[in-house]
Design a protein around this ligand. Structure first.
Ligand SMILES: Nc1ncnc2c1ncn2[C@@H]1O[C@H](COP(=O)(O)OP(=O)(O)OP(=O)(O)O)[C@@H](O)[C@H]1O
Length: 496
């Protein structure tokens, strides 16, 4: 005790005050670093300013790669619906601690969860990662460690072989992911070879033009409209594009999105290098919606009026044009390498404003099966490149409009090429017969009308020019439909 006080007296007399203070600060810093430096906690929540938090997503991808001896539990599973034997993937369990060491520092992670607004209609489970570190490492975390986590997650995502297809879950207003393993590729797709090559070149050019899009001040996105009758391969082409570019697919049913705010949430949650797919857009376009609701209204006018009014005031829904406006605006500025694909059986029903260049840059017509398309399908389905029946089938392909789906259906009935090709010829014959019968029925219709009209005329003596127009229109329609070719008159055939 005496020695200590003597030491401080001598220390106080001999050492100048400035040096004494500096030594004191240094000792304080040293002691507090060793004994008193408190922990600091970062919380990385699943949402950030109402949108899905990309840092949260990155942590979720990164952490399963850092599982060590201190990890007590883990979630495993997979969502490959095509393969129950697919290898399981690890994910972080709620409450489990993961310790990560990076550049000599120790970081402790915990995934937390709590129910927000329990019991209320909009209750939801909120999740966040808690990251504990030394207080002095705060800057290191934000400037070095988190960027390292995000970079590593980006690499992991890029290296993953499988693609995902996301479908919109209207209950959560979010995307449900599943493994995307569609066998369709440009190789298996029956379509005009030149058209196919054109599409591939367009896609390849698009992904190479990052700098070009930046230099001309345009968002790096491209819109494709696929149109044509059912069964001509629109969905197959979407899958072929996804497989070619290795892009995930976000499949959006516009009718199920409740509001603009939900739309904003789901669209901003889509990732780069992805396809936003809207199938059968003629069914979700505003004109169709209006028409249907009017028919409904006529039918159930009084009974449902109040309920419908209430419903529409709560849920105004979103329209295709609303979606495209959004894509032109905010969405175009917050993502790169985005492809938007609209498919329709009725291009003519769409508002031309929706299809203008800049929105839908490329319009691809998917037509009936050509002979070249048949040859490809015969090769894929039967392993046959040449056959004596090919000439007969070529003639039928020029005569009857058959979709690639119909051809594929005939070819996959048996492994025996002769039987399958005979079956296809028979199918074409039946189709032609049905068409002839339909044409005859249509040609008969004006005769019946004329007979009725003649009766009317004799009764009322009121022959009008309009009746002639109707009958001639019917004749011309039946004439059109019987002469429809595989591609140019597809829309007429769609109606069939
Ligand atoms: N062009 C094609 N090449 C190869 N196969 C095709 C083609 N078109 C259709 N098919 C076959 O027919 C099936 C149905 O085709 P797909 O769903 O792609 O047609 P679609 O035009 O999208 O039809 P819809 O308009 O009814 O959605 C496919 O699974 C595929 O087996």
């Amino acid at each position: 005790m005496l020695r200590f006080s003597t030491f401080f007296m001598v220390f106080g007399n001999i050492i100048p005050s400035a040096i004494r203070e500096a030594i004191g600060d240094w000792l304080h810093g040293l002691f507090s670093r060793i004994f008193f430096d408190s922990e600091f906690t970062f919380n990385i929540e699943d949402t950030w300013q109402h949108f899905h938090n990309e840092t949260y997503r990155a942590v979720g991808v990164y952490l399963p790669t850092r599982i060590g001896p201190s990890t007590a539990s883990l979630v495993i599973g997979h969502n490959d619906h095509n393969d129950i034997m697919a290898p399981v993937q690890p994910a972080i369990a709620v409450g489990s601690t993961i310790v990560d060491h990076f550049q000599g520092h120790r970081f402790e992670w915990v995934l937390c969860e709590k129910n927000e607004n329990p019991g209320s209609f909009n209750s939801r489970k909120k999740r966040w990662y808690k990251l504990k570190c030394r207080k002095k490492n705060r800057e290191f975390v934000t400037e070095t460690y988190i960027p390292h986590v995000c970079r590593a997650a980006d690499e992991i995502i890029k290296e993953r072989d499988g693609l995902s297809i996301f479908t919109y879950n209207k209950d959560d207003a979010y995307w449900d992911a599943t493994v995307f393993k569609h066998p369709s590729t440009f190789e298996t797709l029956a379509m005009d070879p030149a058209q196919k090559q054109e599409i591939i070149s367009d896609l390849d050019l698009f992904v190479q033009r990052k700098d070009f899009f930046r230099s001309v001040g345009r968002a790096w996105k491209r819109g494709y409209l696929l149109y044509g009758p059912p069964g001509t391969g629109k969905s197959s082409l979407v899958a072929a594009i996804a497989n070619h570019l290795k892009f995930n697919v976000y499949d959006l049913q516009l009718q199920s999105v409740k509001s603009d705010s939900d739309l904003r949430t789901v669209l901003t949650a889509t990732t780069n290098r992805s396809i936003l797919l809207l199938e059968d857009v003629d069914c979700s376009s505003k004109s169709t919606e209006t028409k249907l609701s009017k028919e409904e209204e006529d039918k159930h006018k009084d009974k449902h009026k109040q309920r419908d009014e209430k419903k529409s005031s709560i849920n105004p829904g979103v329209t295709l044009s609303g979606l495209l406006n959004f894509i032109d605006g905010l969405w175009s500025t917050c993502g790169d390498e985005r492809i938007i694909i609209l498919t329709t059986n009725h291009k003519e029903k769409l508002d031309p404003a929706l299809l203008r260049p800049g929105r839908m840059d490329v319009h691809i017509h998917m037509g009936y099966c050509s002979f070249a398309g048949f040859v490809l399908l015969a090769d894929k389905y039967l392993g046959v490149k040449e056959h004596s029946l090919f000439k007969v089938i070529e003639a039928w392909m020029q005569k009857v409009a058959v979709t690639p789906a119909e051809v594929a259906q005939q070819l996959m009935k048996t492994n025996d090429a002769q039987v399958a090709l005979d079956g296809l010829i028979q199918f074409c014959k039946n189709k032609e017969k049905e068409k002839a019968e339909a044409a005859a029925a249509a040609a008969k219709a004006p005769v019946v009308t004329a007979e009725l009209q003649a009766e009317e005329v004799s009764k009322k003596s009121e022959a009008t020019a309009t009746e002639k127009d109707i009958s001639s229109q019917s004749e011309s329609q039946s004439g059109d439909s019987s002469s429809s070719s595989s591609s140019s008159s597809s829309d007429d055939d769609d109606e069939d």
